[in-house]
Design a protein around this ligand. Structure first.
Ligand SMILES: CC(C)(COP(=O)(O)OP(=O)(O)OC[C@H]1O[C@@H](n2cnc3c(N)ncnc32)[C@H](O)[C@@H]1OP(=O)(O)O)[C@@H](O)C(=O)NCCC(=O)NCCS
Length: 150
């Protein structure tokens, strides 16, 4: 049985240090960055959606509202042993549902180049020029949350 639950938390939540640790292990440590490189300046203003399984944080995705209509999805991470089982897609879908509920209409993100197909399956489209971030190739991607638009 899948006992994975998704919940929105704030940086004051007891699960937040675990969220940070997951982000460090999945997104920063493999690239050689220290723990101090995990937190973003807009951490407190962002939505934090975490997946919890048997009490442990096993996935997360964040959203930073940039204006009343849209913002940036970032820090998408699934613990390595659970990757490829649908949890990443479930997190993005749940985040988008909450964003729609709050009236947001646009999401953009910085996709690591090998992960572009993951976001394409979820309806995101590449735009602009390739760029480098955290020393690796990235693409800009975006999606409209208005159901009539692509
Ligand atoms: C990228 C990541 C978040 C995807 O989460 P996940 O739980 O492994 O992905 P899912 O199982 O939900 O995959 C959903 C779909 O995307 C596809 N997909 C996932 N990762 C992919 C990849 N790297 N390349 C191509 N397709 C991919 C899956 O095959 C699946 O396709 P399907 O709908 O046809 O079955 C996760 O693998 C991860 O944390 N990777 C390391 C950190 C990272 O790169 N984060 C993104 C930074 S931009």
């Amino acid at each position: 049985m899948d006992d994975t639950e998704l919940l929105f938390i704030h940086p004051e939540h007891p699960l937040y240090p675990e969220e940070l640790e997951l982000r460090f292990r999945v997104l920063r440590e493999p690239l050689g960055f220290p723990r101090s490189a995990v937190a973003f300046p807009f951490e407190a203003n962002s939505l934090h959606l975490v997946a919890r399984q048997s009490g442990a944080v096993v996935g997360c995705v964040l959203f930073n509202p940039e204006d009343a209509h849209g913002g940036r999805l970032f820090q998408m991470a699934v613990t390595p042993t659970l990757q490829g089982q649908g949890l990443g897609a479930r997190l993005v879908t749940a985040l988008e549902a909450e964003l729609q509920r709050r009236g947001f209409t646009h999401v953009h993100l910085h996709a690591r180049a090998p992960v572009v197909p993951f976001y394409e399956r979820l309806g995101y489209a590449v735009y602009g020029e390739p760029f480098t971030e955290v020393n690796i190739p990235h693409r800009h991607m975006r999606k409209s949350l208005r159901s009539a638009e692509a």
